[in-house]
Design a protein around this ligand. Structure first.
Ligand code: ARG
Ligand code: ZN
Length: 875
């Protein structure tokens, strides 16, 4: 049966303290949990206590120190029921047996490269002991870990270290950790193994000395220094920007190689997928550095938004995730270029969240029903959740936003809170009415805004009509208008924003239009010339905007808009119009041609040396094949899209002529690598130009790409050349891919890049290559990073080959998923999200995709994760 938000009930019992004692052994770890329970609601009076488990074995049970006779409880691997517990505080000692070595789901206690490690969010703690495994049960944890010294010299848990030593007369040792901050079970963590470490320290604003440690595989310590630097900058930034200080004596990060997701914010002991910790110039790209910085910040920021204030139930996931993504985005914006960061974030939102919101898996930012919570760690909860917080800040303004945050922290520190609590803090701190705004949390679907403008020269008035509509989504046929902050400017004939005397027809404050009705006409008086409207500056609301604007006005906007985001957006709109038209032409058998306005727009940005290189690179990157498919929305033919895009890129490359070579030549690739944003931006521009040059497939361009690869002194440039060559599906690709493999054959994280390059070649032999690579010694079916690099990128980033018209791509993914589902359901369910837009395909592919989905759905013994995704995808 599904879980529903409306069914929330406080727990009948709660837990105040937890003592955990781990006797570690690879296949038979004994856990004794000593938990202090007390009745919490009237429901406790019936004396029935249910503690959930998952694939664990009960070995012993005591109540207040006395062994319980058999008749007073029943135990299965998934449930421990006590039939008549007292109606007063009492203690249980629960002994369980777990098998970390056999744990391929990577939830609960498992082994990764010989290290013991835990992942408890969302429902993994129940794989360690029977518990009230829900986020509104907050307890103080003390953890004792005992292990063989040689096997696990390092013993870590949440909180502060309190005691450690040898176990006399044995080859074992122990450590005790105590976390004074009450927390839900999903934030518990324990790590034990033989690990390398780097250490540092941070002094908080109030003078607390905090020891910082990052653990990794031996030999990789030098690759952790950037992460350490990012951690210290995050700690400082959260003090400066939000007034939030760290609270324990020690903060630990552990990098592990087998991890289902990106990272986990366990109190004082963050566990990371190593790809978000390790970075050095020879193995990490600029994008990797940016990801490390962002994820380190994200997990650190959870210490307040997630840990000190946690979620009442899993429906509230966006309370911590949306807010924390917003915070990490702001951090990265302050560390780097705000405009470029915003463009990158919006690109991700449009590529990942928009298709989710427009397909069968659409759900509100705060879902109201779920079968399997693991499937709700989604772009909607995270990225759209962050957009909702960003809109709140736009609506309130920065000062009132900060007042609301301060009140939220003051009121709810130590609480398991809700979205209602969050919004009430902002409303109470500022007097704002957020009733309508709250609909953003409950209405799914990407709103569409249609804008029409007309200038009356005689009256000097500009009338702007904005209409909003929200498409139907699963379970939500009809929607109400929402409160949308539309940041805007009226660009005058000289390219500067125009003043106006007054405005009527709606609330306009500063540069924000508060769109609240289904349709509103704003009348701006005293406007001294026909304006070009610049709407949704900085992408101030997560909507699709359809604007009646000519190509000439878009070109003008690219050249003049005071908002860099909208300069980029205007260029993208020009390009998208051209790409959509070219796709239609392609289907009719006619060649694509580049619009002069588009060439002019791209050329003027390319040549404008006053603009940051990273920004110019973003403008020169055309919408992706998937972006075009989404824009078309139906009857999608990925081959036609790819052909149109390829031809248009050639036309652009030719149209820009030798300006590409000139700018490419003027950007040196020889300087030594520094990971800062300005240096990265220059590389991004140079690498984008190489890619555009290679659209010509001329001998000169191919020679340039090969030389770029050979002479690169860092991974960013090397990978950019490789990617340009493989994306162009040049015959030369085999030799460079092999050379790259040889060079990095012992480096798993770099080989992930190689697997991805192999899997994303747009050529008809790629599927066979992917199948062959499944047997390659560098591939491992049990490591989620390997699986995502090879199979995940084939299914999500190779539009033409995954969507082969013969259906072989779909069949392959179905076969693969059925096999993987037996071992790792979470990763399987995520891979299958690649089917989410199957209904938008042209009929032949649609039929084949549906058949593959139905075949999965019909298989026996599907995991709840996979069953949930395929059922919803087909519904
Ligand atoms: N809270 C983590 C983060 O966003 C995500 C962990 C989710 N893990 C999972 N297995 N569902 O930082
Ligand atoms: Zn998070």
């Amino acid at each position: 049966a599904p879980f529903r938000l409306e069914d929330y009930r406080a727990p009948a019992f709660t837990i105040d303290t937890v003592g955990l004692d781990f006797q570690l052994a690879p296949s038979a770890t004994r856990v004794v949990a000593t938990i202090a329970l007390r009745p919490n609601t009237d429901e406790a009076r019936n004396g029935r206590l249910e503690l959930v488990g998952d694939e664990i074995t009960l070995k012993g049970l005591k109540l207040d120190g006395a062994t319980l006779p058999e008749g007073r409880y029943t135990a299965t691997p998934s449930l421990l029921t006590l039939h008549d517990v007292p109606n007063r505080p009492f203690t249980l000692d629960i002994e369980t047996l777990v098998d970390p070595a056999a744990n391929t789901k990577l939830m609960g206690l498992y082994r990764t490269s010989g290290t013991y490690c835990t992942q408890c969010e969302a429902e993994g703690f129940r794989r360690i002991t029977y518990f009230l495994d829900r986020p509104d049960v907050l307890a103080v944890y003390t953890t004792r870990i005992e292990a063989q010294k040689s096997d696990a010299p390092i013993l870590l848990a949440n909180g502060n270290p309190v005691e450690s030593g040898d176990v006399p007369g044995t080859d074992r040792h122990f450590a005790v950790w105590h976390d004074p901050f009450p927390k839900p079970s999903y934030l518990f963590a324990m790590v034990a193994g033989d690990l390398g470490v780097i250490t540092d320290s941070f002094t908080t604003s109030s003078g607390r000395e905090v020891e910082l440690r990052i653990y990794c595989e031996h030999g990789k310590e030098a690759r952790c220094t950037y992460a350490m630097d990012a951690l210290k900058r995050s700690m400082k930034w959260d003090e400066d920007v939000f007034g939030l200080e760290y609270d324990l004596d020690i903060f630990i990060i552990v990098a592990v190689s087998d991890f289902n997701m990106g990272a986990m914010e366990n109190k004082g002991l963050n566990v990371f997928n190593d790809k978000y910790v390790l970075a050095d110039p020879d193995t990490a790209t600029d994008a990797d550095y940016a990801n490390v910085e962002g994820v380190i910040a994200h997990e650190y920021f959870h210490n307040w938004t997630g840990n000190r204030i946690t979620c009442r139930d899993w429906f509230q996931l966006c309370l911590k995730e949306g807010l924390t993504v917003f915070r990490d985005q702001e951090f990265s914006s302050d560390m780097r270029s705000r405009a470029v960061k915003r463009i990158a974030d919006v690109r991700t939102l449009q590529a990942r969240q928009f298709p989710e919101d427009g397909g069968p898996l659409a759900h509100p930012v705060r879902p109201e029903i779920y079968h399997e919570i693991s499937n709700f760690y989604t772009p909607t909860v995270y990225e759209k959740g962050a957009e909702v917080v960003r809109m709140l800040k736009s609506i309130l303004g920065p000062d009132d936003f900060r007042k609301g945050m301060d009140l939220y922290v003051e009121r709810h520190d130590g609480d398991a809170a809700t979205i209602e609590d969050f919004l009430a803090s902002f409303a109470d701190a500022t007097g704002a009415d957020l009733t309508q705004f709250k609909l953003w949390y409950s209405q799914a679907g990407t709103p569409q805004i249609i804008s029409r403008g007309a200038y009356d020269e005689a009256d000097r008035t500009y009338r702007l009509t904005l209409s909003q509509s929200i498409p139907a989504t699963p379970g939500q046929a009809r929607k109400q208008p929402m409160h949308m902050p539309i940041r805007f400017g009226l660009i005058g004939p000289n390219g500067e924003d125009m003043e106006f005397r007054s405005v009527s027809g709606g609330r306009v404050e500063g540069d924000i239009i508060h769109l609240t009705e289904a349709s509103q006409t704003l009348v701006f008086e005293g406007v001294g010339g026909r304006p070009v409207p610049s709407l949704l500056r900085g992408f101030s609301a997560p909507v699709r905007l359809a604007i009646d604007i000519s190509a000439a006005d878009l070109l003008f906007q690219v050249r003049t808009d005071a908002d860099p985001f909208n300069r980029w957006q205007a260029a993208q709109t020009l390009a998208m119009r051209n790409l959509v038209a070219s796709t239609t032409e392609q289907i009719a058998g006619r060649p694509a041609k580049a619009e002069p306005a588009l060439i002019d727009a791209l050329g003027s940005v390319l040549d404008d040396e006053t603009l940051e290189p990273a920004f110019r690179a973003q403008v020169l990157q055309l919408p992706s094949e998937a972006d075009i498919a989404r824009e078309l929305g139906q009857n999608v033919d990925p081959d036609a899209i790819a052909a149109a895009r390829r031809e248009l890129r050639l036309a652009i490359s030719t149209g820009l002529g030798n300006r590409i070579e000139r700018h490419y030549g003027s950007l040196s690739g020889a300087e030594s690598f520094r990971p800062d944003a300005a240096s990265a931006g220059k590389r991004a521009l140079r690498n984008t130009l190489l890619d555009l040059l290679l659209a010509r497939r001329s001998p000169e361009a191919i020679a340039a790409a090969l030389a770029h690869f050979e002479t690169a002194n860092n991974m960013t440039d090397r990978l950019a050349a490789l990617s340009a060559i493989t994306q162009a599906a040049l015959p030369e690709r085999r030799a460079v891919l092999d050379a790259f493999y040889k060079r990095y054959q012992d480096d798993a994280l770099v080989l992930d890049k190689w697997l991805t390059l192999e899997a994303t070649v747009p050529a008809s032999d790629t599927l066979d290559r992917v199948k062959a690579l499944l047997k390659h010694p560098s591939y491992s079916p049990n490591n989620p990073n390997r699986v995502r690099a090879l199979v995940g990128s084939f299914a999500s980033a190779n539009q033409t080959q995954f969507n082969r018209v013969d259906g072989a791509g779909y069949d392959f993914l179905a076969d693969f998923a059925l096999e993987l589902d037996k071992r790792n359901p979470q990763t399987t369910a995520r891979l299958l999200v690649s089917f989410r837009s199957w209904r938008a395909l042209e009929p032949v592919r649609r039929t084949r995709a549906e058949a593959a989905l139905r075949r999965i759905a019909a298989a026996p013994d599907l995991s709840p994760d996979t069953l949930d995704i395929v059922t919803r995808t087909l519904a």
